[in-house]
Design a protein around this ligand. Sequence first.
Ligand SMILES: Cc1cc2nc3c(=O)[nH]c(=O)nc-3n(C[C@H](O)[C@H](O)[C@H](O)COP(=O)(O)OP(=O)(O)OC[C@H]3O[C@@H](n4cnc5c(N)ncnc54)[C@H](O)[C@@H]3O)c2cc1C
Length: 272
Amino acid sequence: MAAPARPPRPQHVMEVVSRERISPSLVRLVVGGDGFDSFAPSESTDSYVKIVFAKPELGLTPPYDLAALRETLAPEDIPVTRTYTVRSVDANARTLTLDFVVHGDEGLAAPWAREARPGDPIVFMGPGGAYAPDPEADWHLLAGDASAMPAVAAALEALPADARGYAFLVVDHADDRLELPHPAGVEIVWAVGAEAGAATGLLAETMVSRDWPEGRVHVFAHGERESIKQVRRLLKERGIPREQISISGYWAHGRNEDRFQSEKRTDIGRID
Ligand SMILES: Cc1cc2nc3c(=O)[nH]c(=O)nc-3n(C[C@H](O)[C@H](O)[C@H](O)COP(=O)(O)OP(=O)(O)OC[C@H]3O[C@@H](n4cnc5c(N)ncnc54)[C@H](O)[C@@H]3O)c2cc1C
């Protein structure tokens, strides 16, 4: 007997409220509107949504019946998704903030965000997410590139005031080093260089530039896939138990997100 079809994930249909270039590499969109009422914020600091992109020339009206479209449209016309962290939610203003790395003219989400205007529609599913800093941990190790900065920033804001640890962040430009509110006992260590996010070993190298405290650490490490594999190796060398680690690739060089996600089921896509 065939497995029962999964019920469709609800789609939230909102609109762009504002766009701001917050650094050379990051564009911030605030989105809101009536669709906010269907969105249930998550407790996870790495909460994320899947933005649905449909070809404008098809004239489809959201929410999309993705199951039906998969049956009827040519493969290249089926809407695709791109994953973005919910940087913050403002329940009073009924808005969400999303920060997009702008990485040139390739791709869907980044070029769209760079040109987005107030009133433009945005359709997404979610939120998903699984990590929040463990208040019982002795110290915290956060690590990532610009794509993980929204999640790292949200984690830093959620840490208790007496938390200790490090946030290691690699960015392309000095001006990408945003002021991120954080507990006094957590040091933010930046590594800057042209295409730093692309430099595979830089994140792991930066992480060993500091002495790691004794005690039980809680790790959050996400970003470019190959650089995260190096981080995983480092964490293994240091004997950190898997259950204390949240780790994954957020993107991979030369792959759009569709291919990146499908490679998760293959050797090259595996972090562990
Ligand atoms: C759980 C999760 C949360 C994420 N949160 C965020 C977030 O808050 N902000 C954010 O910017 N990204 C985030 N990402 C990463 C984002 O989903 C990918 O970068 C995605 O590929 C961007 O889609 P695109 O349409 O712009 O480019 P795609 O069409 O997917 O890719 C086109 C080309 O651009 C390259 N590319 C993709 N991303 C980058 C990048 N960051 N830097 C340089 N080159 C790149 C690809 O290698 C490819 O060659 C997250 C990913 C996951 C899994």
